[in-house]
Design a protein around this ligand. Structure first.
Ligand code: NDP
Length: 448
């Protein structure tokens, strides 16, 4: 798998120590594969233990979260904060509330976040956190009690100078509102202790839209390079949450035709293009039941089969749901159905075998989450700036800055491809560009 003895050793030590942390090992393996050639060229890296320092989080905080449900039953969940790297600033990265949450998933997310934040160019380190609690099916009161208990403990470890969480799966503005309210009760007013706050509570305009819009801005830049545009392209988009929905809106506004969408219950295909108004109506008023759509539009078909396994002709795929949602078999299916471009809205949505297939396919171009979904945390950075100067910028101002950041990230990937003869391997380029900057930072700081 690796040829460099130092890289081999670092990875095999991790395998021995964290054999059961499959997502974490997967993220590290992908990264090390991309940057291995740089290790070959710099013998000092081993002596300086650069890789060991990079792959290990600085700190992992684990805590018990007791809370009471509406029936009076006391429940216990586990909360985490993985503080991966503070080289570039306060740890920054979202909180995920989902039953699947464990240390492996949060370590992989925090690892990816560190390099993503480096690419953005704002002073933010990398972190991630969450709990194995899902707000799905819970009442508002239960969610509030959970958030209060979670934050009572987390507040001991964060503040605007040290660690600034935001949202992720299962943590939207409602949860951030409750979390911020509790933070304020415990530690006092501190505007930038969390980002992704409701606009009314000193959040940034445009933060809600930022990841989905940013994904489309990155895609636009990638397509322009091929003398192509989004208009009239057929898109498949998984995930109907914060990222997926906003990506749908922006893609449609640019003339794209979103032909298929999905959530955790199944997938929906409308050959004439998804009617976004009807879709949102179903999300808001029909319990997200996508089968309802096909009853209203007979040409559409709902299926419990994964969106990536269905035979749907399209040009562009945007996985925006969760990690490892696309397997090798599904990657082949996408290519067989005409898909030529893919940009990751979710973090690590394609498994290692799927990535291999994409990389081996001529004329298939894909963008890694590290670069393409950086818009959310970028605007979180802008929210911190606005909180610090006690101003709120207009939506257009924020959106302009977001566009410029996404364009710059694309240019960084492109310049790195040119410098290292990487062709259109934007994923390798994103890893290489961020790794080089991190190594410089480590050397600048000394023994950190
Ligand atoms: P949300 O919770 O808002 O939405 C997630 C969506 O994905 C929901 O529609 C959910 O279905 C669906 N989903 C979850 N698991 C599965 C599954 N196994 N199969 C099919 N669909 C699934 O999360 P976000 O939109 O915030 O996050 C999505 C991804 O984007 C994650 O990987 C996250 O880490 C990444 N990301 C998010 C950022 C942000 O700013 N929010 C920033 C950068 C990356 P249902 O509606 O049925 O629950």
């Amino acid at each position: 798998m690796f040829h460099n003895p130092y890289v081999k050793k670092v990875y095999s030590n991790l395998q021995t120590k964290f054999a059961h942390q499959t997502e974490y090992l997967q993220a590290v393996k992908e990264f090390l594969s991309a940057i291995e050639f740089l290790i070959d060229q710099d013998k000092n890296m081993k002596k300086e233990a650069i890789l060991e320092r990079l792959v290990s989080p600085e700190r992992i905080i684990t805590f018990r979260v007791p809370w009471q449900d509406d029936q009076g039953q006391v429940n216990i969940n586990w909360g985490y904060r993985v503080q991966h790297s503070s080289l570039l600033g306060p740890y920054k990265g979202g909180l995920r509330f989902d039953t699947s949450v464990n240390e492996s998933i949060l370590k992989f997310l925090a690892f990816e976040q560190t390099f993503k934040n480096v690419l953005i160019g704002l002073p933010m380190g990398g972190g991630k956190g969450g709990a194995d609690f899902s707000p799905r099916g819970r009442s508002d009161q239960e969610i509030m009690r959970f958030c209060q208990s979670f934050m009572t403990e987390l507040a001991k470890h964060i503040n605007e100078k040290i660690d600034v969480p935001a949202g992720d799966i299962g943590v939207g503005q409602r949860e951030i509102g409750y979390l911020y309210g509790q933070y304020k009760r415990v530690k006092g007013i501190e505007l930038a202790s969390l980002t992704g706050k409701p606009v009314l509570a000193n959040g940034s305009l445009g933060r809600e839209e930022a990841t989905g819009y940013g994904l489309i801005y990155f895609l636009q830049a990638m397509l322009e390079e091929e003398n192509e545009q989004i208009s009239q392209k057929r898109l498949i988009i998984s995930g109907l949450g914060n990222v997926g929905l906003n990506a749908i809106h922006k893609a449609v506004s640019l003339g794209g035709i979103v032909v298929a969408v999905s959530n955790s219950q199944g997938s929906l295909y409308d050959p004439q293009g998804i009617n976004v108004e009807l879709l949102e109506n179903i999300i808001n008023h029909h319990n997200k039941d996508l089968s309802f759509y096909s009853k209203m539009r007979p040409q559409a078909s709902f299926s419990k089969v994964s969106i990536w396994s269905r035979s749907i002709q399209a040009d562009i795929a945007l996985p925006c749901a969760t990690q490892n949602e696309i397997s090798a078999h599904q990657a082949k299916n996408l290519i067989a159905n005409g898909v030529r471009y893919l940009a990751e809205g979710a973090n690590m949505p394609c498994n290692s075998e799927a990535i291999q297939i994409f990389n081996q396919t001529d004329n298939f171009i894909w963008a890694p989450g590290k670069a393409a979904n950086a818009g959310g945390v970028a605007v979180s950075g802008l929210e911190m700036s606005q909180n610090a100067i006690r101003l709120q910028w207009s939506f257009d101002e924020v959106d302009q800055k977001l566009q410029s950041i996404m364009f710059t990230i694309f240019k960084t990937c492109q310049a790195t491809c040119q410098e290292y003869n990487l062709g259109k391997q934007y994923a390798v380029a994103a890893d290489v560009a961020s790794f080089k900057k991190i190594v410089d930072l480590i050397r600048l700081h000394g023994l950190v």
